[in-house]
Design a protein around this ligand. Structure first.
Ligand code: AMP
Length: 516
């Protein structure tokens, strides 16, 4: 593992890594960045672990950012533990730490004459922004610099700092940064207290007392699950529980994306609190979600994903998000509109303006009904002409991006099962249940051979099939477009020796375990 304190050294290293990756010396060429202020704990390590699983290069930045501390805040006393951070990063498989000085990053304390990034006031005037003026401007400025320096494919942030996460997502969207922001769940002490570098400021008694923050959020969550949607009532429950501590700074219910205060939860609400306990200012939040859940099933070809996904959807009354049918519908529209199949810009434009609708049906032949621009095309999309052209249309990245947007719009409503290679990592990273369905190469070869036999086709030997499956696995996990990836929080199910019905039952029971 390398440690760099200068921008020049970091740039040089990244240039070398990119060169190595472009000649295919490493699989899944992507850079994951985990920005931190150091004094690493298990919460940070969970972000690093996720980044390690999803990228070929993991960079952790350690920088106590003076721009985000107010004049009376703990910038000077903030714990700095670079030696133990270095050891933890090494053990976690980090490739490089970037730990610049404030001077190196052009962020000396009080430096106000440089360009800064100003997030929208509507997002900084609420929650922590009220008592920490300039804080999110300081965060956005340094995160922008880190994005420019590292140019990561993915960057990892904790839901623990929910306001920061929302602002960074907005920053990336508004300023067109080519980076995917991955929000990661909050890790907690056994008492429920959210892990934080600032917990070190607490005495053992104060730590015990601080557990009330999460307890109060859990009480509100219980009421939410029982049907309570009104902000006033949910906030009252939290405040009542927090009555034992005197220095509560705020309790608010906001939209987790826009941070606008909510009177009622229609879809999702972030219930957030900040409080002083002893020498520490602590924050915590939970997202209350009335959206129906999403089940994301990923895995290698031949593991039985699509059959299982259809059956799980039917058994749970969820919609099967048939992404293949979406690509087919678009291909049908391209052909129907008389657009040349090689006219990529025209196809990209059509993709961005079309509306695809899916609904489950009881017809076993066509379990998903499909509409494009309000025209039902359930039967049309199975034509030989569509089949012949669909892979060409689907291989275009502009098309995939547009359809991804449509799938994610669907995901906002929830209530669906989707399968593929990167559903849990990329399409629906917030899916409630993520399954990684796999089977040994031998088992998949055996199943393929059986399928061929049933279809009366000449079969290849098991060894030949095994070889071709192993090759396909390699291609699928190293391809640039939507590579096969197991989400860090996915449950792996190996289907060797299991029937479709057994796998389906297992997923349904995991779904019920989540309380649905
Ligand atoms: P910090 O070092 O406090 O700036 O945190 C660096 C990153 O780790 C931020 O994205 C935080 O949201 C995240 N983080 C901090 N505490 C936790 C936790 N308890 N669980 C998960 N992520 C966390």
């Amino acid at each position: 593992m390398r440690l760099f304190a200068t921008i020049a050294a970091l740039r040089c290293y990244l240039e070398l890594r990119r060169k190595e990756q472009s000649v295919g010396l490493s699989a899944l060429p992507s850079i994951g960045l985990v920005p931190t202020m150091g004094s690493l704990h298990v919460g940070h390590l969970s972000l690093i672990e996720r980044a390690r699983q999803e990228n070929s290069t993991v960079i952790v930045s350690i920088f106590v950012n003076p721009l985000q501390f107010g004049p009376t805040e703990d910038y000077q006393s903030y714990p700095r533990t670079i030696e133990s951070d270095r050891i933890l990063c090494k053990l976690a498989g980090v490739d490089a730490i970037f730990a610049p000085t404030a001077k190196e990053l052009g962020a000396q304390e009080g430096l106000l004459s440089a360009c800064q990034v100003v997030p929208p006031e509507s997002m900084t005037a609420v929650l922590c922004g009220k008592s920490r003026p300039g804080h999110f401007q300081g965060v956005a400025t340094i995160v922008t610099k880190l994005f420019n320096l590292v140019q990561p494919d993915k960057a990892y942030f904790g839901q623990k700092d929910g306001q920061q996460l929302a602002i960074i997502r907005r920053l990336v969207r508004d300023l067109n940064f080519p980076v995917q922001i991955v929000g990661c769940p909050t890790l907690r002490e056994p008492s429920g207290l959210a892990m934080s570098s600032r917990n070190q400021y607490l005495t053992p008694q104060q730590k015990e007392q601080a557990a009330v923050l999460y307890r109060s959020l859990q009480q509100a969550e219980k009421a939410f699950k029982a049907g309570e949607r009104l902000a006033a009532n949910l906030l009252a429950i939290v405040r009542q529980e927090l009555a034992i501590i005197s220095a509560v700074e705020y309790v608010e219910l906001v939209d987790p994306n826009t941070l606008m205060p909510l009177e009622k939860i229609e879809d999702k609400g972030m219930l957030a609190i900040a409080s002083r306990i002893g020498a520490a200012r602590l924050i915590d939040n939970i997202v209350l979600n009335s959206r129906q859940p999403i089940v994301a099933i990923d895995g290698p070809a031949g593991a039985g994903k699509s059959t299982v996904a259809r059956q799980v959807a039917a058994a749970l009354g969820l919609v099967y998000l048939d992404t293949g049918a979406m690509y087919r519908a678009l291909t049908w529209l391209v052909l129907d509109s008389g657009i040349d199949i090689n006219d990529l810009p025209a196809i990209a434009q059509l993709a961005s303006s079309c509306q695809i609708q899916l609904a489950s049906s009881t017809d076993l032949e066509n379990p998903v009904r499909v509409w494009i621009n309000d025209r039902e095309v359930t039967q049309h999309i199975r034509s030989l002409e569509v089949t012949a052209h669909v892979s060409k249309v689907a291989s275009q990245s502009a098309v995939r991006q547009e359809l991804l947007r449509q799938q994610q719009r669907w995901g906002q409503k929830g209530g669906l099962v989707a399968e593929g290679r990167d559903i849990g990592t990329h399409v629906f990273p917030n899916a409630e249940l993520k399954i990684f369905l796999t089977a040994s190469v031998r088992e998949r070869a055996r199943r393929r051979q059986q399928d061929f036999e049933h279809q009366g086709q000449v079969t290849l030997t098991l060894e030949q099939l095994e070889k071709s499956i192993a090759e396909r696995d390699f291609l699928d996990s190293t391809r640039e477009l939507a590579p096969l990836q197991k989400a860090a929080d996915a449950m792996e199910i190996c289907t060797d020796g299991l029937s479709i019905a057994e796998v389906t039952a297992k997923i349904i029971s995991l779904y019920h375990d989540l309380g649905y």
